[in-house]
Design a binder for this molecule. Structure first.
Ligand code: BGC
Length: 499
């Protein structure tokens, strides 16, 4: 199996490794801000759906149910329409992520980032001014189109722009800004929850991160790979010189990019067909299973519904939002850990360690809920146990933050050959959104029916995915994108497909 830090074939690739210039850092930080809009949405929607004026205006029946005497804490928010509000975004995102495959290849990575930002901006404006459910849903669909585009393109952009040796670290920027978006949204919800029209502010302010990332994207250039692919050789050379440093020999990297682009052009086949060829089976499997598993860690359940969850197990609405902010900050810190570790100890190490940590915490959460609220769900949870629950969730969030969080964007963006790279990333985002949709649509019912057992469901999946990583995921750290084929050729299982 390809081990960590493996020397890649073709000694001429040495020049491709690692100088970090100011220009590449600025460019990638700007591109990373694309994560802001997705994070903001994740953070804002969970909080807004617990705001009474919002519920009164759009979902009054949820409030009526909550007012029943001694409601079952697991079931208060079990409303399919309320969940549809949150998850409608994912269906729209799924469609636009698939569309983005063609668009990023034809128009370049940077332009699609701008398109995503503008669409999201329009959705935010519509949501902030919503006077009925139709406007609310339409706004969410536009937000969905926006994040579909940006989530497809930003990780690919970062992987292509980063120096190969530090690709992992640069790529974690996407998840880092996503995390900032979550925390910012939670803080905003904390403030606006006290205002009667606060939900409008929360939803409308999504325009701010959209403006930041769109303006930023307008200032950066496209990736050298995308420029070469679109025949803009001179520009590609200029960008390479700028980001790798004017005194760096960029010829080996440029030659590799031209070679990859020629291979890509030699086949006239549709990328969505090429990707199903036997030789791309390992790549395809990863681009489907990595996001699938990421969602089955249960993170979104916690991220979307942290406030709902804390409230429904007995926290007040203020402290529920506070708990979500704490979780978000822990997550943010742990992504930074990933940034420093991912190119030193590798992707596999983080996946395995994070998996074990999340496994133990989920078991802990299930046990605490079992002994405190039991199966009736009508007992109020004591303060001590509530804090224990929060601590367990924080350790869980840290585990996710340095493993499945950032790495699920990194792996699909770095394993594909140029021709099908956008397609692979599109599939990956589409799977991510589809699974998020299904899980968020079913989670509250699951919580209502299976109570603490819901968490054991996710625990089992964490065990499965950790074993999968051990057996099937090759180490990709430090391997230049255009030499990635070696990791499959050396893998004891996958080599039968690629040779
Ligand atoms: C996931 C999201 C999740 C977020 C949490 C992302 O990587 O794709 O589904 O909500 O991390 O921080």
């Amino acid at each position: 199996m390809a081990a960590g830090g493996l020397p890649v074939d073709g000694g001429n690739l040495d020049g491709l490794s690692g100088r970090i210039t100011l220009s590449v850092v600025i460019t990638c930080v700007v591109a990373g801000t694309s994560g802001l809009i997705f994070g903001y949405d994740i953070g804002i929607s969970g909080g807004v759906t617990t705001m009474v004026p919002f519920l009164k205006k759009f979902f009054p029946f949820v409030l009526r149910k909550a007012a029943e005497t001694k409601p079952n804490m697991y079931c208060i928010y079990d409303s399919h329409i309320l969940t549809a509000f949150t998850s409608s975004l994912y269906i729209a995102g799924l469609a636009s992520a698939l569309l983005a495959s063609r668009l990023t290849a034809a128009f370049g990575r940077r332009n699609i980032m701008v398109l995503g930002g503008c669409t999201f901006f329009a959705g935010a404006a519509l949501n902030g001014g919503a006077i009925n459910i139709a406007m609310l849903l339409l706004g969410r669909i536009l937000l969905g189109f926006g994040v579909g585009f940006t989530n497809q393109v930003a990780p690919v952009y970062l992987s292509e722009m980063a120096p190969p040796k530090w690709r992992g670290a640069f790529n974690t920027g996407f998840q880092f800004f996503l995390g900032i978006g979550v925390v910012a949204a939670n803080c905003i919800n904390y403030g606006t929850a006290k205002i009667s029209w606060g939900w409008r502010l929360s939803l409308g302010l999504a325009a701010a991160p959209a403006a930041i990332m769109t303006l930023g994207a307008l200032l950066i250039s496209d990736t050298p790979a995308s420029l070469v692919e679109r025949g803009k050789l001179t520009q590609a050379k200029q960008v390479l010189l700028r980001v790798r440093g004017h005194d760096t020999d960029i010829e080996p990297e440029l030659t590799e990019l031209i070679r990859s682009s020629e291979i890509a052009k030699a086949s006239k086949e549709e990328p969505f067909i090429t990707i199903f060829e036997r030789q791309h089976r390992p790549h395809l499997v990863m681009s489907i299973l990595i996001p699938f598993f990421q969602q089955l860690t249960g993170i979104n359940i916690i991220a979307f519904y942290a406030p709902v969850l804390f409230q429904s197990v007995g926290f007040g609405s203020d402290s529920a939002l506070m708990a979500a902010i704490i979780l978000g900050l822990v997550n943010l810190g742990s992504i930074m850990v990933s940034t420093f570790v991912v190119d030193r100890y590798g992707r596999r190490f983080l996946f395995i360690e994070g998996g074990l940590q999340m496994f133990l915490c989920q078991v802990g959460v299930a046990c605490v809920l079992a002994v405190t609220t039991g199966t009736s769900g009508t007992e109020r949870i004591s303060k001590g146990y509530a804090i224990l629950l929060l601590v367990l969730m924080c350790i869980y969030a840290a585990g996710f933050g340095w493993s499945w969080g950032p790495l699920s964007w990194l792996i699909p963006s770095e394993i594909f050959p140029l021709k099908i790279r956008p397609t692979g990333q599109s599939i990956s985002v589409a799977v991510n959104f589809a699974v998020t949709f299904v899980l968020s649509q079913t989670f509250l019912s699951m919580l209502c029916h299976f109570k603490f057992g819901t968490f054991l469901f996710y625990t089992s999946w964490i065990a499965v995915m950790t074993i999968f990583v051990v057996l099937f995921l090759p180490e990709t750290k430090g391997v230049p994108l255009d030499s990635m084929h070696v990791v499959w050729e050396r893998h004891r299982y996958w080599r039968r497909f690629v040779n």
